[in-house]
Design a protein around this ligand. Sequence first.
Ligand code: ADP
Ligand code: MG
Length: 698
Amino acid sequence: MNLEYPVTYIAGISVQRAALLYTELGIKTCNDLLNFFPFRYIDKTAFYAIKDLQPSSSEVQIVGKITHVKSVAQKRGSRLVATFQDATGSMELVWFKGQKWIKDSLKINEPYVVYGKLNHYNGSFSIPHPEIELVTNYKKKLQSKMQPVYPSTEKLNNSGVSNKLMRNYIQNLLQQCYDGIQETLSQEIITDFNLMNKREALLNVHFPKNQEKLARAQNRLKFEELFFIQLQLVRKKLIHKSKIKGFSFETVGDVFNQFYSEKLPFDLTNAQKRVLKEIRKDVASGAHMNRLLQGDVGSGKTIVAILAMLLAIDNGFQATIMAPTEILANQHFTAVSELLGDLNIQVAILTGSVRAKRRREIHEQLENGTLHILVGTHALLEDKVQFNNLGIAIIDEQHRFGVKQRAKLWSKNTLPPHILVMTATPIPRTLAMSVYGDLDISVIDELPPGRKEVKTVHRYDSNRLSVFKFMKDEIAKGRQVYIVYPLIEESEAMDYKDLMDGYESVSREFPSPKYQISIVHGKMKPADKDYEMQRFVKGETQIMVATTVIEVGVNVPNASVMIIESSERFGLSQLHQLRGRVGRGADQSYCILLSSFKLSSEAKTRLETMVETTDGFKIAEVDLKLRGPGNIMGTQQSGVLNLKIADVVKDSKILVAARNTAITVLQEDANLEKAVNLPIKNTFAKITRSSKIWSNIS
Ligand code: ADP
Ligand code: MG
């Protein structure tokens, strides 16, 4: 039977039932039903002896004989009681409904398998309304051992589509189509990983013979599911590399070399060197670079970006770096200008607040090629901004930009400029494999030397006075302090009130003129926000009271204390980002997490994790475990997380194996033309027709 046929081809499924399966579960074809997997199993592989029954065993299966059946009168009506015995003892089976029919059908002294929830009363055991089946029938059936339990809906249940019925449907389907189930993986892969074949796996995922077979069946199906996703992603990446041409930066020239040997203010870390090599290889390959650079806050991504831009300039190209906020763009502009100062490189900044006259100058210099580097915000995506010869675009803090905005960069030259996206939100490796599997990824996993770890503590609100005292001591040493309040959209008004109350109490505790305080929040006009920020950046204020608007990127090395109010309300990655605002200078820095006494266990884990480690990747792992992959920044739009059987977190080992296998297969046989890969080719063709996996960077 063709598995693409509608489920009405299966014995027992009427047109109405089929319609219900479709609306309730999205099951349309036989294949859909075959891939509708149980979410748990009732294990009927074990048999109990009556003497071994424990008051605690919940559901049990016993083989024995009925020796006697009687009706027992009770307050209302009667109950049917059968005495059930095995070689070790005796117990009762009890029915309250359908007594007549059951009584007539029960056979005395014939071996039965009974299954059900055990009751324990006055020292004796009974099972009410057991599932009961003659051993002779039991042996004939597919589903007679471990029983699958399928996801269901209220409507299905109310319409009589019970779990038992689902089992029957699938059993019928398997009996009708078993021989027609095609293998989807190559024999090579099956042998290498000692996988169960497809038919057996499908049979055992629905009707497992035992736990071991179930595990092997699940393993096989998970591998397959992850393998085909990875095959799509890896193929997309290879096609990108082979089909999309990019400018070739062939020489490492004077500017780069002079900067590297004379101007670089420090030695690069090994991680920075490695990433730089990866970038250099990409931009010299003739293909288009589409690379994601992950590196924790403070890991030194900027210098890598600058060096990459110099490679472009040495080869006669222009470069641009785009930041999500005006403040960040300003900081990049300052850093770039200072570092490249006397190298005869022209740098400009373009943001929303640049005046029309200056804007026109910039446009002109961009077009005639006298401007080498343009730093900016979204403003540089405007159509009016035309480059003479843009070679590389660097995007800082990836998640703030959408796909469309990135696509705009592509139209700024005859070939798409190389793209380097930098993010300080670490994504665990296995998740990155799924979500950004079609990109090249570089990781800076090492902080510059001499960096002092930010000392992190958790304090309850009741300790606020000692926290204020600590702030005063640090300010007396010349340091600056952030105090951050949560901003959650649903309760904006309340958060705003918290912020203002907080600001007032801080103002009382830290009176002017001795102390100066900046305040920044989302309701302020951009210009006012900027003014307040600048006062803090320049050191005119010692305290910055803010909502999370400061989350991204600001660099104030003299700020060494980060106080997070209601820290239990922040997510882990946000807490980590906020902490990254301090620890940027030479002084010991501190992060104080304030919270109420009432903490959920998740909140407790978050705060403990923050106190324990400053490693962004470790924090991301915990975050992933707490919240699941769908809630991690940047993964939402990714279709690759809608998995039927695999779990990108729990099955990370299988995921890594599947990815490596996909890479090997495509390296050896890019178009899947070899005979051994025919099953893969056929399956792949079907999948790519019906699904669309895309990455939110491309
Ligand atoms: P981020 O990755 O968060 O963007 P930055 O590029 O802003 O980090 O770097 C953080 C700080 O570390 C900057 O002050 C920078 O000058 C400094 N830095 C970067 N790389 C090194 C290095 N290899 N050795 C010493 N300091 C470095
Ligand atoms: Mg940065």
